[in-house]
Design a protein around this ligand. Sequence first.
Ligand code: DGL
Length: 269
Amino acid sequence: MDIKKERPTILFCDSGMGGFSVYRETKKLLPGWHYLYCFDNAGFPYSERGEESIVQRMLAICRQINAMHPLDAIVIACNTASTVVLPVLRENFSIPVIGTVPAIKPAAEISNTKHIGLLATKGTVKRHYVDELINKFAVDCQVERLGSTKLVEIAEQKIRGHSVDMTVLKDELLPWVNIMDLDTLILGCTHFPLIKDEIQFCLPQVKHFMDSGEAIAKRVQSLLSEIEIKSKSKKYNQIFCTQHFDEELKLKQILNLWGFESIDVIKIN
Ligand code: DGL
């Protein structure tokens, strides 16, 4: 099967625009595919939201979009959601469902000092799933954890064209400023690769920044080369959100630059 001719339809989901850090890697590797992206802006930020609510929202979103555009794969481009929603989605869909997992294994491998930091949302840093990853892949490392909703909001605003408030950013990262041997940082929230330069400015001792974007792109490519593509869609790349945005016109221009032609609102109960 030649998947290039088939043009599979892939849905990326996040609470906001952080999932663009995953989508951009996939689009770079697989430029001609049909991309749909949903930000659950009515549910943002997932950092502060309970697990069951995240599961129900993601399930409802994927069902609704799949009913309109038969999907070939779903990428949960959100660490916070992936730590809780993957089993339920895989039970409900027969297509590949790819999650975003904090890059703890590669970070532990690349670190020289074996002192690494997991920068994620408040939800992700306390998940049992993350404890298991650390116990499995980073037993030889001292792992610091920092959960922040502010950083998510800063990244979200940056993509929407607002400037980054470096004072707020520095304050959030203050607990790590004096850990001089912290040489590797896991960007365990998909929003954070989008403010990597600003984080590096505040933590100059960090030599390696690890995120999962590239690995997910390769996983999408390999999984879709094994299955029959059902959608023969020739439609343009499209954004969905769960409530109307302020500054919608400005946002549309920004989304055009990311390769999306339209925004539609879907209602999640
Ligand atoms: N981008 C998301 C993540 O990777 C969640 C951000 C949020 O809504 O708190 O965890």
